[in-house]
Design a protein around this ligand. Structure first.
Ligand SMILES: C[S@@+](CC[C@H](N)C(=O)[O-])C[C@H]1O[C@@H](n2cnc3c(N)ncnc32)[C@H](O)[C@@H]1O
Length: 249
């Protein structure tokens, strides 16, 4: 069953030492989403053993993707999948690959499962957990072909920028799970965050940019989501970045 919506941040719960990049939204699930959760979660949601916090991942609880998906196939992971529009669409377009949505927003996960079922998508699974812990503890080393983060929360006030997901600790976590030659794809409508992403990844020895010039091309596998539409409506430019994981030494 979904956990009750609570603020899972370090500011109100003492058992995380680092700030997290989300405040769990209190949005209640609709009746349809509740029903979707109870009927569809046994197939779509990967059970996670918790540490102290409700969205944590207990160290030493790594999954075996081949057992979960019942086959060996390229694995594409989206962090912060929101309502699931991008990943459900992508999973439908790429039946040859397996997809994992990582999100803490339970109503979004419920919506993702309902849409996946409606679209007949079975190469998708969901994890309700804090993404850095998923990268550190749940996914095996070198198990992921692509890691996507589209429109992460920008935390634009300067007192909050320490909550941003793509910050100095992030490249090592991404590099751990990506295979040699695997791809990290990022998109944001927030210029200052785009610059931070480019700076942080530019400093990381394990990643090579896949673009010339200032920014990458729009990733053609990324469909328009509400967050992108909102950014465009406010006159903001959308910036894509892509990096290749260097071969392990
Ligand atoms: C601004 S929304 C974008 C959603 C989606 N990518 C899109 O483009 O529509 C960011 C999402 O990331 C999720 N999120 C933020 N930090 C997270 C974390 N550490 N682990 C998992 N999900 C996270 C939030 O709950 C939110 O749904």
């Amino acid at each position: 069953m979904p956990q009750p919506a609570v603020d899972d941040s370090a500011s109100v719960q003492p058992f995380r030492t680092e700030p997290v990049s989300f405040v769990r939204r209190g949005g209640r699930m609709t009746d349809g989403q509740e029903r979707g959760w109870s009927e569809l979660a046994p197939f779509y949601v990967i059970p996670v053993e918790r540490d102290a916090a409700v969205t944590s991942v207990r160290p030493g609880t790594e999954i075996v993707p081949e057992q979960i998906y019942g086959r060996s196939a390229p694995l594409i992971v989206e962090i912060g999948s929101g309502q699931g529009h991008a990943i459900v669409h992508a999973a439908g377009e790429r039946p040859d690959a397996d997809f994992l949505a990582v999100e803490v927003f339970v109503a979004g996960l419920a919506r993702t499962m309902l849409d996946a079922e409606r679209a007949g998508v079975s190469n998708l699974r969901l994890v309700e957990a804090n993404a850095p812990e998923v990268l550190e503890h749940l996914l095996p080393e070198a198990s992921v072909d692509e890691l996507w983060i589209f429109f992460p929360d920008p935390w634009h006030k300067s007192k909050h920028t320490k909550r941003r997901l793509v910050a100095p600790p992030f490249p090592a976590l991404a590099a751990r799970v990506l295979r040699d030659g695997g791809i990290l794809r990022l998109a944001t409508d927030w210029e200052d965050y785009a610059r931070q992403m480019r700076h942080v990844l530019g400093e990381a020895d394990d990643f090579e940019p896949m673009f010339d010039g200032d920014w990458g091309e729009r990733f053609e596998g990324r469909i328009m989501t509400a967050f992108e539409r909102k950014g465009l409506a406010k006159g903001r430019d959308i910036r894509d970045l892509a990096y290749r994981r260097s071969p392990r030494g």
